[in-house]
Design a protein around this ligand. Structure first.
Ligand code: APR
Length: 235
């Protein structure tokens, strides 16, 4: 069976109304990354950082999955564990669309990380109020989001899947942040067919075999249809 790894970035959630990071109107526009997305920024001014992620959590809670998220869930429904979705997104739109075989390599907005005991409880309220950790009772919760300078989650599992896959697909990511940006080169080196579905061409580490430009809400369902029709025996 063909094994597929899909890497998603902010672009897949754009049509749901979640802002991307880079470019005009991006989330980093008007924010110093050092201030809101590093452990040092959190140490300097925790209130600003907690308020920033509380606002992002509220935005993420107010939107719904789009056709691209739903198409990937449909693909998993058809091919099961032969599909792994690796997302850099901290929203929960993939799971709300129905994806299960999913890795949040940059963490999750709807989880907190306890700096006292290391628990990662679910979190749908504001952290600025300093709620108690449900595991240890301390009031030292931060967003369970991977900041610059921190180690992304599940790298071993992801790399194993990338080297073993037959098809690697990158959706809605600028390829500006490593290690995710390096996965296309790794997949290609191990013989995978590489596909990019993005609104605009990107400066990928190595050229994709098949690069398509357009909105994810159109490109992803069309690509999933192609994959499924290639797998199903013709009538
Ligand atoms: N459909 C497809 N692609 C889109 C759409 C859309 N509707 N809208 C925007 N895009 C593309 C943009 O052209 C861009 O190439 O999505 C990409 C988004 O890029 P970034 O904003 O850089 O987001 P991402 O690649 O996910 O960022 C990676 O950077 O700051 C960190 O941790 C943060 O996970 C994030 C990481």
């Amino acid at each position: 069976m063909t094994r597929i790894v899909v890497l998603t970035g902010a672009g897949i959630s754009a049509e749901s109304g979640v802002p991307t990071f880079r470019g005009p109107d991006g989330l980093w526009e008007g924010h110093d990354i050092e201030d809101v997305a590093t452990p040092e920024g959190f140490e300097r001014d925790p209130d600003t950082v907690l308020a920033f992620y509380d606002a992002r959590r509220r935005v993420a809670a107010s939107v719904v999955p789009n056709a691209a998220h739903r198409a990937l869930a449909r693909l998993e429904g058809a091919i099961g564990d032969d599909l792994l979705v690796v997302t850099q997104n901290v929203d929960d739109l993939h799971e709300r669309a129905g994806s299960h075989n999913l890795v949040h390599m940059h963490g999750e907005l709807f989880r907190a990380l306890c700096l006292a005991c290391g628990a990662r409880p679910t979190c749908d309220g504001d952290l600025i109020d300093r709620p108690h950790c449900p595991a240890c009772g301390e009031r030292m919760l931060r967003p369970d989001v991977v900041w610059f300078g921190e180690m992304p989650y599940d790298l071993e599992r992801i790399e194993q899947a990338v080297v073993a896959c037959d098809v690697f697909v990158s959706i809605g990511t600028s390829g500006a942040v490593y290690p995710a940006a390096g996965y296309v080169a790794l997949a290609a080196a191990f013989g995978a067919h590489t596909v990019e579905l993005n609104l605009e061409p990107t400066d990928a580490a190595v050229p994709f075999d098949d690069a398509r430009t357009g909105p994810a809400g159109e490109l992803v369902p069309a690509w999933v249809d192609e994959v499924l029709s290639a797998r199903s025996p013709r009538a």
